[in-house]
Design a binder for this molecule. Structure first.
Ligand SMILES: NC(=O)c1ccc[n+]([C@@H]2O[C@H](COP(=O)([O-])OP(=O)(O)OC[C@H]3O[C@@H](n4cnc5c(N)ncnc54)[C@H](OP(=O)(O)O)[C@@H]3O)[C@@H](O)[C@H]2O)c1
Length: 280
């Protein structure tokens, strides 16, 4: 598609959303950068203007449907707003914990998207871009609620795609790897699951593994450039990485069997694949 018309980004106050809003403005879209507290994005219009772009800031809290308004001329929606939560074992994660994460990561995306579709259709078509996570490709312990929320968005996007493709609306899913944002910085801690004696050892292993991530961390601006490319490329597939780690992981996932991919992942924790036993 041509970078024309309005692009709206959720969670644009910081991190990936902020970088994507600036990138889409630099590419030529008229950007509406939405966020819970517009004061946090007060510098964005001037930053966009420095690169020749147009950007305005609006309040939008994806947990509060009364704040979700669509701009006229909408052609691109980037569902970026997201939260992570504590890293808990399934037996210790309360339903409130699950509900909090699903409220923002799933229901927020669904509500924003269903309101965006008629506007994008009225503009003659466009793109809905959902930011999920490359953690979907890895069965990480203690990430069940977060990963399940992103998997829900992934399945939602697949079905949505079949509904809106005939309307000229393309659905794109971005599965970021480690991007240098507040969310990633906060994730550098021992998993809360370690408070339960049964999971302490695994929590320690996960934390040790987490410490190895440094060389793979990618700046948000670099991820945003890849996200803009995916939005603009009409021939692009549904799923995209936006940094070297997620691009490589997605490639490996596409090319490997479920079993090979899982044992390759567990190998990172020093857990070896057992020799195959002969069935009688
Ligand atoms: N960074 C990574 O390594 C990574 C990896 C995989 C996936 N992701 C995904 O990428 C997306 C952006 O993550 P990030 O790393 O940029 O995170 P971040 O730095 O924590 O920023 C999260 C953004 O989401 C916003 N947000 C949270 N709840 C919201 C709500 N109810 N309504 C509207 N906005 C809300 C935050 O707004 P406030 O400023 O108001 O809190 C903030 O703008 C998320 O969906 C995340 O799951 C990130």
């Amino acid at each position: 598609m041509k970078p024309e018309g309005v692009a709206m980004v959720t969670g644009a106050s910081r991190g990936i959303g902020r970088a994507v809003a600036l990138e889409l403005a630099a590419r030529g879209f008229e950007v509406v950068a939405t966020m819970r507290d517009p004061a946090t994005g007060a510098d964005l219009p001037a930053l966009a203007a420095e690169r020749g772009g147009r950007l305005s800031v609006e309040r939008l809290d994806v947990d509060r449907p009364e704040t979700i308004a669509m701009p006229r001329g909408l052609r691109v929606l980037v569902n970026n707003a997201g939260i992570e939560g504590e890293y808990l074992a399934v037996e210790d994660a309360t339903i409130d914990h699950w509900r909090r994460i699903f409220e923002t990561n799933v229901f927020g995306v669904v509500e924003t998207t269903r309101r965006a579709i008629p506007e994008i259709r009225a503009s003659g078509g466009g793109v809905i871009c959902n930011v999920t996570s490359s953690s979907l490709l890895f069965p990480m312990p203690f990430y069940a609620a977060y990963r399940a929320s992103k998997a829900a968005v992934s399945a939602f996007g697949e079905s949505l795609r079949t509904e809106v493709a005939p309307l000229g609306i393309r659905v794109v899913e971005i599965l970021p790897g480690p991007i240098d944002t507040d969310m990633l910085a906060k994730s550098s801690r021992p998993a809360e699951s370690g408070a339960n004696e049964s999971y302490r050892e695994l929590a320690d292993l996960v934390f040790e593994q987490r410490k190895q991530i440094g060389p793979f961390v990618t700046p948000p601006a670099q991820a945003a450039a890849a996200i803009a490319e995916a939005v603009l490329d009409d021939a692009a597939p549904l799923r995209h990485g936006c940094d070297p780690m997620s691009v490589g992981s997605l490639e490996g996932w596409r090319g490997a069997s479920d079993e090979d991919f899982m044992w390759g992942f567990l190998g990172l924790f020093g857990i070896a694949r057992p020799e195959p036993t002969t069935r009688r």
